[in-house]
Design a protein around this ligand. Structure first.
Ligand code: TYM
Length: 327
């Protein structure tokens, strides 16, 4: 069975961007693949995190995985920091990565822009991400569009290792949805919706109350026209909302255009809000049940055991090929 690996940072409230770009595909892929889905806490600390907030967000992301329908009997769900092989392979791969490659990463450029002091962890972040993937010899990595460049570096590092030390790593493929790979901010369609955006009106959090969702969608920026038409260039805001509508309802873009022909933005936004609420309300209900059930600890423990049993062997193989003595 082919292997799938992905992760989400516990660095803020997850958004419908994370849901549509990543989690929805995790749920689908578990049917046909051997899956590893982690909460990447080691990545989250590349920017400062309050310990209490990190603990809460970590549990929250794990519970959202379950609430969204990831089945711990099928997929391993775990904390990145519980599987030590990630940090170990991360270091080994850092030594194969050049400064120039890391300097070219647009996510690093964005996150470090204008900062007086930038942590070295933020800089070497992509080497750890490569380790996350290669440590299982994953075939497929479901992510949103913003992670494409990190995936390309991962592929380069796999090929580099293989040509220096002999064929070993699987070179992974990205799995990026066609619609939904880049959900944009509600207040500015030139920026991606991001859990680290300090303006709550820019995003819909998976745990937003239904009335908050309704309000945010009714206030979302549109253009001065009234036509519901998908055209990213001419109508970026409406196209973004249509993408969300499509992924929350299963309707295609032409079906949505036909449905709202001649109706203007008001009725479209109202129905969009109800579609989003219809997906998120039951998810939130399951989330609350999972958080109060006390089941998370056991799920994470089993997930980490399963993941470690694969990852530890891969790290041993890497170390042997690189010339380390057996411990
Ligand atoms: P993170 O935590 O920023 O985001 C988690 C996932 O959500 C996707 N995503 C989006 N998709 C569509 N529209 C958006 N607006 C949007 N915002 C976020 C991201 O592309 C991602 O798939 N570096 C990764 C975490 C990571 C990882 C890994 C992923 C660490 N190791 C190994 C895959 C494999 C990140 O910061 O994702």
């Amino acid at each position: 069975m082919k292997k799938v690996l992905s992760g989400i940072q516990p660095s803020g409230q997850l958004t419908i961007g994370n849901y549509i770009g990543a989690i929805q595909n995790f749920v689908r892929l578990q049917e046909t693949h051997e899956c590893y889905f982690m909460v990447v806490d080691l990545h989250a600390i590349t920017v400062p995190q309050e310990p209490a907030a990190l603990r809460e967000q970590s549990q929250s992301v794990a519970a959202l995985y379950l609430a969204a329908g990831i089945d711990p009997q099928r997929a391993a769900i775990y904390m990145q920091s519980h599987v030590r092989a990630h940090a170990e392979l991360g270091w080994l791969l850092t030594t194969l990565t050049s400064m120039g490659e890391l300097e070219r990463m647009t996510q690093f450029k964005d996150k470090s822009a204008g900062k007086e002091s930038v942590g070295a962890g933020l800089f070497v972040y992509p080497a750890l991400m490569a380790a996350d993937i290669l440590v299982y010899n994953a075939d497929l990595v479901p992510v949103g569009d913003d992670q494409k460049q990190h995936l390309e570096l991962t592929r380069d590092l796999a090929n580099r290792f293989n040509s220096r030390f002999g064929d070993f790593f699987t070179v992974p493929e990205p799995y990026i949805p066609e619609v939904g790979a880049r959900i944009m901010s509600l207040d500015d369609a030139s920026k991606k919706m991001s859990k680290s955006n300090p303006n709550p009106g820019s995003l819909i959090a998976l745990l937003d109350e239904p009335d908050v969702i309704r309000k945010k969608i009714s206030r979302a920026t549109t253009d001065s026209g009234r036509e519901i038409r998908f055209d990213r260039e001419a109508k970026p805001e409406v196209s973004n909302l249509m993408g969300i509508y499509s992924l929350m309802s299963g309707l295609s873009l032409p079906e949505i255009e036909a449905r709202f022909e001649g109706q203007g933005y008001g009725p479209f936004k109202k129905e969009l809000a109800e579609r989003v609420v219809a997906v998120l309300e039951p998810l939130q209900q399951r989330y609350r049940e999972i958080r109060s059930s006390g089941m998370l600890e056991e799920v994470l423990k089993q997930g980490a055991e399963k993941a470690s049993s694969v990852a530890d062997r891969v790290v041993e193989g890497v170390k042997e090929r690189m010339g380390f003595l057996r411990g």
